[in-house]
Design a protein around this ligand. Structure first.
Ligand code: KG4
Ligand code: ZN
Length: 350
């Protein structure tokens, strides 16, 4: 039930994302971002990972100011809103509950539609936010979703028709970055730091074995163990080993992880014949994977889609674009599915 705004070709969606440790709110005008506000929670740094209870409490503190800021930056008031979109999952239950309760109450108070959004689908559909200088993928395309909680190769046939072709059997790729960083004594989240130090290191200085996993699935827990054993052996021989070789270690870890991801994407392209490849999720901020993907355009003739930096790690604009696409077509509301390659009954309703 679009309000009067839609007759003026204006659809303002307020989007809320609180699935993990970032409290985020955004306002979209149709498919354009007017504001995209993220409050990152520094409280987890000293624990080496996200502490769920602390995350929920920080969301409780942040949600009202973050939403206020998003509306203010967008130059609208809550009465101008057409709908409220929110992340319904996957994520930490306590964290999701804060965003969900807030979104529900606001939509109910304003008497406007409430649209639930799947977080992983949003990482993919972030490519449909209208941005100058950024092309949108054409259907069908392949999406590699790489984050702190997921690693998936997805075939995307339309906005809401997605099939998971492969996924991690254990750790997510973001976890592989973060846990390797933790072994090296770096704070959480370690992914961006490994990326930073890798830029001045030699990627072939140390060799880590790549896992052998069938099909398009992934495994990263073996790599984490290999890095732990490598660290223990080298530090036993020289306590200053990490300080002396930090950049080379980071470059070698990053090189191995990127090779694992690129091998699977090459396989997926071969298997499906689809040569358009998009990446999404926090790890798509990594400079190495961004470069490897762009290099693949010239090398293999692919067309690749790398998100604008602000749409890589968790943000609410990506929730807003899904909200907008669902709002535009009432038939789509709640009708999206991800179908795993394993079993039809594991279909997840978005
Ligand atoms: O999508 P995201 O913000 O949250 C989840 O949905 O999980 O992804 C967070 C993950 C973390 O593991 C973080 O270390 C990783 O993305 N990450 C990176 C980089 N920036 C964020 N990993 C490698 N290189 C980066 N530049
Ligand atoms: Zn995410």
């Amino acid at each position: 039930m679009p309000n009067a705004d839609s007759t003026k070709n204006k659809t303002y969606i307020l989007a809320i994302e609180s699935s993990c440790d970032d409290t985020a709110a955004a306002v979209l005008d149709n498919d354009k971002t007017l504001s995209n506000v993220v409050a990152r929670q520094a409280v987890h740094e000293e624990y080496g990972g996200v502490v769920p209870e602390l995350a929920s409490r920080a969301h409780q503190q942040n949600i009202v100011p973050v939403v206020h800021q998003a509306l203010k930056k967008a130059g609208i008031t809550k009465e101008d809103l057409s709908a409220v979109a929110f992340t319904s999952g996957p994520g930490l239950m306590g964290s999701l509950l804060v965003g969900t309760s807030f979104a529900k109450s606001l939509a109910m108070g304003l008497d406007i539609p409430l649209i639930d959004v799947n977080h992983m689908q949003a990482h993919i559909l972030a490519h449909f936010i209208d941005e100058e200088g950024y092309d949108k993928p054409q259907f069908p395309f392949l999406a590699l979703t790489i984050s702190g909680g997921h690693t998936q190769v997805v075939r995307v046939d339309s906005y809401f028709d997605m099939t998971i072709l492969g996924q991690t059997l254990d750790d997510a790729v973001g976890e592989a970055f973060d846990k390797s960083a933790k072994i090296l004594g770096l704070p959480y989240p370690g992914g961006p730091l490994i990326d930073k130090y890798a830029q001045s290191g030699n990627p072939k200085a140390f060799k880590f074995t790549k896992p052998k996993v069938d099909g398009l699935d992934f495994s990263f827990s073996g790599l984490k163990t290999a890095i732990l054993y490598f660290y223990q052996k080298e530090v036993a021989a020289d306590p200053d080993f990490v300080e002396k070789h930090r950049d080379d270690i980071c470059a070698s870890i990053q090189y191995t992880i990127i090779n694992i991801l690129m091998d699977k994407i090459k396989k997926a392209v071969k298997q499906t014949g689809i040569r358009q490849v998009a990446i999404g999720g926090g790890v798509s901020a990594n400079s190495g994977i961004r470069k490897a993907l762009k290099d693949a355009e010239a090398k293999y003739g692919w067309k690749t889609f790398v998100p604008k930096f602000e749409y890589t790690t968790d943000n609410a604009a990506m929730i807003g674009i899904v909200g907008y696409l669902k709002y535009k077509d009432e038939n789509l509301q709640g009708s999206g599915y991800i179908e795993t390659h394993a079993k039809a009954q594991s279909r997840l309703k978005f």
